[in-house]
Write a protein that binds this ligand. Structure first.
Ligand SMILES: *[C@@H]1O[C@H](CO)[C@@H](O)[C@H](O)[C@H]1NC(C)=O
Ligand SMILES: *[C@@H]1O[C@H](CO)[C@@H](O)[C@H](O)[C@H]1NC(C)=O
Ligand SMILES: *[C@@H]1O[C@H](CO)[C@@H](O)[C@H](O)[C@H]1NC(C)=O
Ligand SMILES: *[C@@H]1O[C@H](CO)[C@@H](O)[C@H](O)[C@H]1NC(C)=O
Ligand SMILES: *[C@@H]1O[C@H](CO)[C@@H](O)[C@H](O)[C@H]1NC(C)=O
Length: 174
């Protein structure tokens, strides 16, 4: 009897643990899932990050239910307009100049890596991502090929202030 109740308790506990993990796993309803180009073990790759904490409902605009997310403390943002080159513009392999948010306001691009087995990242117009493979984290960095006429907003984090996050996968967000 005691044996069976022990099994039942164990099963209950593990079911609870599994249930909790599934419910607590951040998703795009509750937070921003964002692709982050990182440099680890001397190589760049893309991870899917859930930004923590998740969305808050704006207290001023609570009637609209707008979701608001803090992007962290930022420093020295820049806005760049790529020329109309009549074809894709290849930035070649490079490191991120700073750990930063990047917003593709217009245009788009493809980000690839020296290792052909590393999953690539396609950046669509309007997409927000993080570039964090700064010098010292990855010798080769990543290669960006973007559309002519792309407009890109870069917002570096203040020194040491990278936004809190959990890693959801070691590959791009779905
Ligand atoms: C997303 O997360 C919230 C809060 O944890 C949860 O209520 C909801 O069921 C989740 N949605 C999906 C599709 O997993
Ligand atoms: C990423 O793109 C490059 C260049 O197009 C290609 O050689 C590589 O196989 C791609 N990687 C994957 C994992 O598909
Ligand atoms: C880092 O990667 C570069 C380029 O792939 C390679 O030449 C170098 O030896 C690597 N350094 C270390 C410490 O692994
Ligand atoms: C990115 O890759 C897609 C799919 O291969 C391609 O259609 C698009 O032209 C590429 N964009 C650039 C800027 O090279
Ligand atoms: C990250 O979370 C920790 C613990 O909650 C907090 O102390 C820290 O200020 C947060 N960092 C940023 C950049 O928000």
């Amino acid at each position: 009897m005691r044996f069976f109740s022990l099994i039942a308790t164990t099963l209950q506990v593990s079911a609870l643990a599994l249930g909790t993990a599934a419910v607590n796993r951040p998703n795009s309803t509750t937070t921003l899932l964002v692709n982050a180009i990182v440099g680890k073990q001397n190589a760049s790759s893309v991870e899917c990050w859930a930004v923590e904490p998740g969305f808050q409902i704006s207290p001023q605009l609570d009637k609209t239910g707008n979701n608001i997310l803090q992007l962290g403390s930022l420093s020295s943002a820049s806005y760049s307009v790529w020329p109309n080159a009549g074809g894709p513009i290849d930035l070649g392999f490079h490191n991120a100049p700073a750990i930063q948010w990047v917003v593709m306001l217009m245009g788009g691009g493809n980000i690839t890596f020296p290792d052909p087995t590393t999953p690539n990242l396609t950046v669509s117009p309007g997409e927000l991502f993080i570039a964090a493979d700064v010098a010292g984290t990855s010798t080769d960095g990543h290669r960006t090929v973007g559309d002519s006429g792309s407009v890109v907003l870069q917002m570096p984090f203040e020194e040491g202030a990278i936004v809190n996050h959990t890693i959801l996968s070691y590959s791009p967000c779905n």
